[in-house]
Ligand binder design. Structure first.
Ligand SMILES: [Zn+2]
Length: 268
């Protein structure tokens, strides 16, 4: 009787895991978090079948560095995702236009780069709307992705932002801490060592050392067989997760830090 109960409860746990992780996404707050809503609205990585990764660059566009990065990407025919700060997007719509023309994706990274978690809804809404408008003015379409500055966002904010703006909330699972400017070689090696199939890799196209790190990072990732896609393409490839993968997920190092980098250092 007792063993029947154990078998039954294992089946229930298995079914529960399928339910929790069967939506293609890796919930950003996987470990011990309540069941994610359907569809998954927040991602720090995506469970995919092949060696696909998404490089993401935040806080630009930067007048000098972003075009350099676009050249480096174009040389290798790689696609990336740019989470732009609205003020910069408004100042350099031509850089956004070029990025889109060359196959990259643009996401919303707020207007002035504040930490959302402690802000009033009205202020967050204004930050997102102004940036949404600037992106639409520049490239003619609205973004479908949003990355909160510093990864700072509450579950409640994720819900209303998704329902009002339709944004998927994009965090990351590989963080080279390039904003601390550790030197290009360190940035390269952190990215190359951290990348896994389905990874969303964080970097910033406002630091010269980050741009210098990219040729080697891209070439080493390519040599390992990784294929570069935009975040929306990665999400579209999402596969249901097997229970053992679900375990592995909760063991992954913490995805997005709730609190982060010193604003003074990272703010563009
Ligand atoms: Zn940022």
């Amino acid at each position: 009787m007792k063993s029947q109960f154990i078998v039954l409860s294992r089946i229930l746990i298995f079914a529960g895991a399928l339910f929790l992780f069967g939506r293609g996404g890796v919930p950003a707050l996987a470990a011990g978090a309540p069941a994610p809503v359907s569809p998954a609205i927040s991602y720090s990585a995506v469970h995919v079948d092949g060696p696909f990764i998404a490089m993401t660059f935040d806080d630009g566009p930067n007048e000098k560095l972003t075009p350099e990065l676009l050249d480096i990407l174009a040389d290798r025919r790689l696609h990336a995702t740019f989470f732009v700060v609205g003020e910069n997007a408004e100042a350099h719509p031509e850089i956004l236009q070029r990025a889109v023309r060359e196959g990259h994706e643009i996401g919303n990274h707020s207007w002035t780069h504040p930490a959302f978690a402690k802000m009033r809804d009205e202020s967050v809404r204004r930050e997102l709307q102004k940036t949404d408008d600037a992106i639409r003015t520049a490239i003619g379409t609205r973004p479908v992705l949003m990355r909160p500055p510093y990864g700072s966002i509450t579950s409640r904010q994720k819900q209303w932002i998704y329902s009002e703006f339709g944004y998927r909330i994009i965090l990351w699972d590989v963080d080279p801490l390039d904003w601390k400017r550790p030197g290009p070689a360190v940035v390269t090696s952190r990215i190359v060592r951290g990348a896994r199939p389905g990874s969303i890799i964080l970097s910033h196209d406002i630091h010269p050392g980050t741009i210098k790190a990219m040729p080697a990072a891209f070439d080493q990732l390519l040599a390992k067989g990784f294929k570069f896609v935009t975040v929306s393409e990665l999400i579209a490839m999402g596969k249901p997760m097997a229970p053992q993968d679900a375990d592995a997920t909760s063991a992954t190092p913490s995805a997005a830090p709730a609190v982060s980098p010193t604003p003074g250092l990272t703010n563009p």
